[in-house]
Design a protein around this ligand. Structure first.
Ligand code: F6R
Length: 364
């Protein structure tokens, strides 16, 4: 049932090219996005003046990444909220808002409660859900089904990747419906999106290199992930993967925040993983990496082919294929999933069933 893989997590990591392609195909017809299966109409999208993305854990990290994409493609302000905070906060929701709940299981208690809260206030809702017929899928006004298929490993990988894809498609359709992006530009970006599965495949071909580095990390007590913009969102996910299955204390910071406190934790040999796929932020994050290196950090750089100056700086560099910067997170997350996985394997842990965690969190 693990299809020849040692763990479900590795099997699911390898399923990502397929499930990403399936999820794109589910809403693209003849080269155009068609949301008729989801419900949300172009007219509704035109009227929306505020988006809240509400979720827990990895799904929240998807929201963080998608926020940058929606705000870049459209003029709609986006807020990303943890479901367990959103539901208890007294917050005046702007009329003509859309609340997007992202949930693989569709049963997460806090996410479901947040959905109900929004509905009670008369706010339109959209679920990005993987499990068909789950509570969130049934109760949301509109549903975008991710086609990740059943995910067995507690640590999410393929569901996360399909949620990101759903987020990009949503951002594109919002932009086109509101005439904030031409059909032509959208078509061009869709073509690029279709290259993502093959590019993921390419990254997976190099997994032994990541395993080699993971073996060196296995003895670490702490790790830090840094990045800016989308790279920060991906760092959060990389950090969660590391801590939940490898039990290494790990933190992700927006790179610019280091000097406001966390840099005091940097000492000889601490691994710092820098994510640098956003070209306009590249030099800024490089300067943060130089700062931690001068304090003894052991650096891994995760960047795009072409940024070869990383070789001189980092102790270990991983390159991902070039793509449109908005979609780069779909590629940069893959080495980080592999890193968490291989550190866990090196430490001999039960990768698919990390201690204290359940696949579906139906308690508050
Ligand atoms: C981490 C992980 C969790 C889930 C979170 C939300 O690997 O899987 O952080 O993302 O519990 O679960 P869903 O998406 O089912 O609402």
């Amino acid at each position: 049932e693990k299809g020849g893989y040692e763990h479900f997590m590795l099997k699911e990591i390898h399923e990502q090219p397929k499930v990403v392609r399936d999820t794109i195909n589910s809403v693209v017809k003849d080269g155009k996005i068609d949301f008729s299966s989801i419900g949300l109409t172009d007219d509704e999208m035109k009227k929306i003046s505020q988006i809240y993305i509400v979720a827990c854990g990895s799904a929240y990290h998807v929201g963080m990444a998608v926020q940058y994409v929606i705000e870049d493609f459209t003029s709609i302000p986006v807020r990303v909220e943890l479901a367990s905070e959103f539901r208890y906060r007294k917050m005046t929701l702007v009329k003509d808002s859309l609340v997007i709940i992202i949930s693989q299981s569709g049963e997460t208690a806090d996410s479901l409660a947040a959905l109900r809260e929004a509905k009670e206030k008369g706010i339109m809702t959209l679920g990005i859900v993987n499990v068909v017929g789950s509570s969130i899928a049934r109760e949301a006004d509109n549903v975008f089904y991710t086609l990740a298929g059943p995910e067995i490993s507690v640590a999410t990988t393929k569901a996360y990747s399909t949620q990101l894809i759903a987020g990009y498609l949503l951002a594109l359709q919002f932009a086109v419906a509101r005439e904030e992006m031409t059909e032509e530009k959208c078509c061009e970006l869709l073509k690029e999106l279709y290259t993502i599965p093959d590019k993921i495949e390419k990254i997976l071909e190099d997994k032994e290199r990541i395993q080699w580095y993971a073996n060196k990390l296995a003895g670490a007590k702490d790790a830090f992930f840094i990045g800016r913009g989308i790279d920060y969102a991906i760092g959060l996910e990389g950090s969660l993967k590391m801590k939940e299955i490898s039990y290494i204390h790990s933190e992700a910071y927006a790179a610019g925040e280091l000097k406001h406190g966390p840099i005091s934790l940097i000492e000889e040999g601490i691994p710092v993983i820098g994510v640098l796929t956003q070209q306009e932020l590249y030099e800024k994050t490089v300067s943060n990496m130089v700062e931690v290196k001068s304090r003894g950090a052991s650096l891994m750089g995760l960047t795009t082919y072409g940024n070869y100056s990383m070789e001189d700086l980092a102790d270990f560099t991983v390159y991902i294929p070039q793509t449109d910067s908005h979609f780069a997170g779909s590629l940069s997350v893959i080495p980080l999933q592999l890193l968490g996985y291989y550190v866990s394997v090196a430490k001999g842990y039960d990768v698919d069933k990390p201690r204290n965690l359940a696949k579906s969190v139906t308690v508050e």
